[in-house]
Design a protein around this ligand. Sequence first.
Ligand code: DX5
Ligand code: ZN
Length: 228
Amino acid sequence: MIRVKIAPSILAADHADLKGDIRKVEEAGADMIHVDVADGHFAPNISMGPDTVRSVRKVTRLPLDVHLMISEPEKFVDAFLTAGSDILTVHAEVVNSQQVIRLSRLFREKGRKLGIAVKPSSPIPSWLEPQLDSIDLFLVLAVNPGFPGQRFMPEVLTKVESMAKHARENGLEIEVDGGVDQENAATIVSAGATTLVAGASIFRRNDVKSALLEMREAAQRVVEGVRT
Ligand code: DX5
Ligand code: ZN
């Protein structure tokens, strides 16, 4: 049976107790840890860097899904790979297809996964489809980059739907990130998402574990075809 992946975003966690918060989502069955890197330029916030990834790497065995919301990703990919990123996602708005080819070669050599992300206002780039073999994940951002706790923009679901056949046929991961919660998870999975990123709706709830379990239930109900 298909399992929808859930990737809690530690941008919304307690940064003085990342280890404790990560432990809670691990125990509740999280599939990956999502790390948001904002540079104060591409995104109007400054968050975490390679040192945080290196520290987080030591406290969990879960794959680290690192989302680079930065203007010059090529300058920093080595540092983030060395720090222990399993999946590293760069934004389509700041790379061209030549750079994606280079990154893909480097990532394949190192056995890591490459993701391409798009902001809510950005279309799917025309170079993406011919290069789908080079990437592992397509991230559809459903809020403006930078901050947790924003409202989900449902209009991004058309991008998810148009990529869904690649998820079915070629195993491309389709990750939806921003404003995902226990209420809209089912709609997002129905549109074709294979991974849900969730920050505030997990880490800013009193009971982090049941927040994750509720999201898991909502998502799995869709893939198992059970109606409520
Ligand atoms: C947006 C980030 C998201 C976000 C997720 O800048 O890429 O990962 O923090 O947090 P929520 O789920 O609270 O929108
Ligand atoms: Zn993110």
